[in-house]
Design a protein around this ligand. Structure first.
Ligand SMILES: [Zn+2]
Length: 267
């Protein structure tokens, strides 16, 4: 999804001191580069970050191999109904601090008969651009029944489901749920069916554009509400903040790269 609200939230609440230092450092670095290159006209286009390389990103599998990965935007099982630009491999990439933190969460849940499963991690800017192109194509309604049954497609931008930037491109945001490894143990902390091998019931599928996806939605069954709150508390203990509009969406705080929108394709 576009995640515009997390963007608004992050831009609103924030760290002026750190941000000020960052801008200062950026200005100094820019001045040095310009001076060294003899180039006095570094414009906005030149400043687009990380178009080719992003060494700060690591594959989650190398840090937390136990976390399951179901990278929806690499395939067709997503709201666009086709692979999304920039996902050349079905791999979760994250900033190293985010990957390490998820590994710590995974260590917490495995003894409880549970495992994390991620649907999306770092998202290249070109994928977000692809979302926007799809959102403007009102002819294509092929996934409406599954992903936005109660929202007219022409409303997706205005209601914030699609936006031109996503926190995922900053590489420390994940879409995540829990899968049951051992229902008997999982029952100590969660409720509902809890079938071995199945996802914990969170009330809606990932990426349903609907108010029922709001983490605190009270129209859902009590079991579902408890499961969502348990996931939120678990992630919060490790420094992850939930987006209230999406039960699956978490951002590590403080973000390692709060100002950067990476664009290297996932490969
Ligand atoms: Zn998300």
């Amino acid at each position: 999804m576009g995640d515009p609200r997390d963007r608004a939230a992050f831009d609103g609440h924030d760290r002026p001191f750190v941000r000020g230092r960052w801008i200062g450092a950026l200005a100094l670095a820019g001045a040095l580069v310009a001076a060294l290159a003899g180039c006095a006209h570094m414009g906005a286009a030149d400043a687009r970050p990380d178009a080719e390389t992003a060494p700060e990103l690591v594959p989650l599998a190398s840090v937390a191999p136990g976390v399951r990965q179901d990278m929806r935007y690499h395939g067709r099982h997503n709201f666009m109904g086709r692979p999304v630009a920039g996902y050349e491999a079905a791999r979760c990439w994250l900033s190293r601090p985010a990957a390490q933190s998820l590994e710590a969460v995974q260590r917490d849940v495995e003894p409880l008969g549970l495992t994390l499963k991620v649907f999306d991690c770092y998202r290249p800017q070109r994928a977000v651009d692809d979302f926007v192109r799809w959102g403007k194509d009102l002819q294509d309604q092929s996934t409406k029944a599954e992903y936005y049954p109660r929202v007219p497609k022409q409303e997706l931008f205005r209601r914030g489901y699609i936006a031109e930037r996503s926190g995922h491109s900053r590489a420390s945001t994940v879409d995540v749920t829990l899968v049951v490894l051992d229902g008997r143990r999982a029952r100590q902390v969660l409720t509902g069916p809890l079938a071995d091998g199945g996802e914990v019931d969170m009330g809606t599928p990932f990426d349903l554009f609907d108010e029922r996806s709001h983490t605190a939605d009270t129209s859902l069954a009590p079991d579902v509400q408890r499961n969502r709150q348990w996931l939120r508390a678990l992630m919060q203990r490790h420094g992850w903040r939930n987006l209230p509009e999406e039960w699956w969406h978490y951002t590590l705080e403080p973000e390692p790269y709060p100002q950067r929108y990476f664009d290297v394709p996932v490969h």
